[in-house]
Design a protein around this ligand. Structure first.
Ligand code: FMN
Length: 304
């Protein structure tokens, strides 16, 4: 029998598959399709201090091999998430990871502190990489010093292990990864979306109201694999990999590149059962390629 279990800081995963932040809401809609207890874990939509309505529409667009989004961190605010969404997710037998965002260092700290009030989440994912908000977000994710500063500040106040989600919109991803590892991050999540744009031929203007959006889906998979592979050679904290995963073979590719677990984003919009289907298919794929344990595959693409 193939052993799918993975142990990460603060998280024991019965399999390495989790839905990516922002592509699964708070699980309510998907919970109507299948039993979420099958998942390795769930990563919630980003939480900010106050409720956010998000950006004006249109804020999503299809592209040849994925999508563009400029949702702008729509969420009901951290207190509402703790009161009504966390208990629902905690009723499933899976670890819950809170994704947090902010437009200032203080906001990250406030939101991280708020999550100390609940024992029903097991880890934080720091979204320092959202390309769709005016202040904060991406600035923290493109400057190693700012990324280290926000990581340190959150680590100082939080009771939870902290995974820092890196932006691919940088020229040196290794520098970003090293900076947050040195600042005390317990793990990395990578990658977030790449900034893109599409033009509406009808009115000859950018289609998204925000003009630019984050590109996700199969188009970004080779970039994610390359960045994880590079980062794995320079850091010793675990990596949760994401970016264009659509099947169990993709998952194995991410594990070989150096991810210890993975998150599935855009594929959920095309097929709401995708996470459950990948979990079902994973043992056979691992066996086909000679692995009896998920953990044996992690980093094997590096010739070790
Ligand atoms: C509609 C949408 C909303 C997203 N919202 C968030 C978010 O709130 N926080 C976050 O860290 N990442 C967010 N992401 C990024 C995803 O979690 C993921 O990193 C990215 O989409 C790459 O994975 P994929 O290609 O499998 O979608 C969002 C992505 C999409 C498509």
């Amino acid at each position: 029998m193939t052993n799918l279990t993975v142990h990460l800081p603060g998280l024991t995963l019965k399999n390495p598959i989790m839905p990516a932040s922002g592509c699964f809401g708070f699980g309510r809609e998907y919970g109507a399709f299948y039993d979420l207890s099958q998942l390795g874990a769930v990563i919630m939509k980003a939480a900010t201090q106050e409720a956010r309505f998000g950006n004006p529409t249109p804020r999503v667009a299809e592209t040849t091999a994925g999508m563009l989004n400029a949702i702008g961190l729509q969420n009901p605010g951290v207190e509402q998430i703790i009161a009504s969404e966390v208990p629902n997710l905690a009723s499933y037998d899976i670890p819950v990871i809170a994704n947090i965002a902010g437009s200032s260092l203080e906001e990250y700290v406030t939101v991280a502190k708020a999550f100390n009030k609940t024992t029903a989440i097991q880890a934080l994912e720091l979204n320092i990489s959202c390309p769709n908000v005016k202040a904060g977000g991406i600035q923290f994710g493109t400057d190693p010093e700012l990324a280290a500063m926000v990581t340190k500040a959150v680590k100082k106040v939080s009771n939870h292990p902290v995974y820092v989600k890196l932006s691919p919109n940088v020229s040196d991803i290794v520098a970003m990864a090293k900076a947050v590892e040195q600042a005390g991050a317990d793990g990395l999540s990578m990658i977030n979306t790449l900034t893109g744009m599409t033009i509406d031929l009808g009115n000859k203007q950018p289609l998204l109201a925000n003009q630019t959006g984050g590109l996700s889906g199969p188009a970004i998979k080779p970039i994610a694999i390359r960045m994880i592979y590079e980062v794995k050679q320079h850091v010793s904290i675990p990596i949760i990999g994401m970016g264009g995963i659509g099947n169990a073979k993709d998952v194995l590719e991410f594990l070989l590149a150096g991810a210890s677990a993975v998150a599935i984003g855009t594929a959920n919009f095309q097929n709401p059962y995708i996470c459950a289907e990948i979990i079902d298919a994973l043992p056979d794929i691992l066996t086909t390629y000679g692995f009896t344990k998920v953990t044996d595959a992690i980093g094997k693409g590096h010739g070790a």
